[in-house]
Design a protein around this ligand. Structure first.
Ligand code: ZN
Ligand code: ZN
Length: 363
């Protein structure tokens, strides 16, 4: 095996976050992974905690995410290539890279169209499909093995912390590309969490003339820093009325739902103007089923886009961040070493000290 590696003298073991059963985890010493064909071994420098991580750790999705125990989650990361497996021609040790969670099979109809986050062979590793940190071992570790298709090189001008937000920012860009946010319009963003805050900035980059943020509390204040022109607190009145009023009484061109909370899908539909577009980025819990104004959607040609993850956008996001067009570094409010993962998780889940994005640095 080791004869296929281009970099010798790798450690035999590493530290990793290991989920041992639903709701239980430890930092353990585990064997070092080795890259196979078209894979690279990376030293993980920064991993951002994702909103889906606490759910995976709690074990509410055990059997699916993760499929079994023990398991190492983590998918929003950046680091450097340490060694390459056979057949890697475009990456070499020392390259700085940012990861993304999905790798498609490459051959199903959706993958052939570039829509690999909805790969028809999802969950069949023998097809080559991977979902790192969900069903394939992830990045809360000192080192991780990734397919060359799930990493992108980033320039020296970009920090690893910024690199750990490429996945999140890509989720936003994909949703906006699906809906086609156009210059000169008004965009409403529901849910000023990490995705929502980046959505406000991305909407501006795509030419939105006006950005309206819907939320509450400290995070709604953060929306001001992310460039929102109008803040709508949903606790102090009907958010639909307030958003429509702030958008010429007609409603917004696009509503971007980033919370996954009950009731917000319908609100998003009612916030857009005739011919408006609704993008769903927030992932709701399984039990949330929304009643929708069926006839209203038909008669007003409201377009609704479900959006999954971040296919084919990481390179664009890296260019936007490296070129200082998209700012993400100020969303990283806390960093912790891997050994303090429990504190990092608590800080993120309970939004301690205004936590927005919490980053774990395993090395
Ligand atoms: Zn994520
Ligand atoms: Zn596929």
């Amino acid at each position: 095996m080791s004869t296929t590696l281009t970099a010798p003298m790798l450690p035999e073991q590493m530290r990793a976050l290991v989920l041992t059963s639903p709701g239980k985890f430890e930092i353990q010493t585990v064997p070092m992974p080795r890259p196979e064909a078209r894979e690279v071994l990376c030293k993980v420098r920064a991993v951002a905690i994702c909103g889906s991580d606490p759910e995976i750790i709690r074990g509410g999705l055990a059997g699916t995410w993760p499929p079994s125990y023990p398991f190492t989650p983590g998918h929003e990361w950046a680091g450097e290539v340490i060694a390459t497996g056979p057949g890697v021609v475009d990456l070499k040790p020392g390259d700085r890279v940012a990861g993304q969670a999905h790798c498609g099979c490459g051959t199903c109809a959706n993958c052939m169209e570039g829509r690999y986050t909805i790969c028809e062979n999802y969950g069949r590793p023998e097809s080559g499909q991977r979902h790192y940190g969900f069903i394939t071992p992830g990045a809360y570790a000192q080192y991780a093995v990734y397919s060359v298709r799930s990493i992108n090189r980033m320039p020296a001008a970009m920090s690893f912390r910024e690199g750990s937000l490429v996945d999140t920012a890509g989720v936003v860009l994909h949703g906006m590309e699906l809906s086609g946010v156009r210059p000169g319009g008004t965009v409403a963003v529901i849910g000023p969490g990490p995705i929502g805050l980046i959505a406000m900035r991305m909407a501006r980059l795509l030419g939105a003339a006006r950005v309206i943020a819907v939320g509450r509390g400290a995070r709604l204040e953060a929306a001001r820093l992310a460039g929102a022109d109008t803040l709508v607190n949903f606790e102090s009145g009907d958010p639909v009325e307030a958003v429509r009023a702030a958008a010429d009484g007609l409603g917004v061109n696009e509503a971007i739902e980033c919370s996954g909370a009950a009731g917000t899908f319908r609100q998003a539909v009612e916030m857009v103007r005739k011919g408006g577009r609704v993008v769903l980025l927030g992932v709701p819990p399984n039990h949330v089923v929304e009643p929708l104004p069926f006839k209203y959607i038909v008669h007003n040609e409201i377009a609704i886009f479900g959006s999954r993850a971040n296919p084919n956008v990481s390179r664009k996001v890296i260019s936007l961040i490296a070129g200082k067009h998209l700012r993400v570094d100020d969303l990283v409010t806390h960093t912790f070493p891997l050994e303090n993962f429990a504190t990092a998780l608590d800080t993120f889940v309970n939004r301690r000290d205004g936590a927005i994005k919490v980053v774990v640095e395993p090395n």
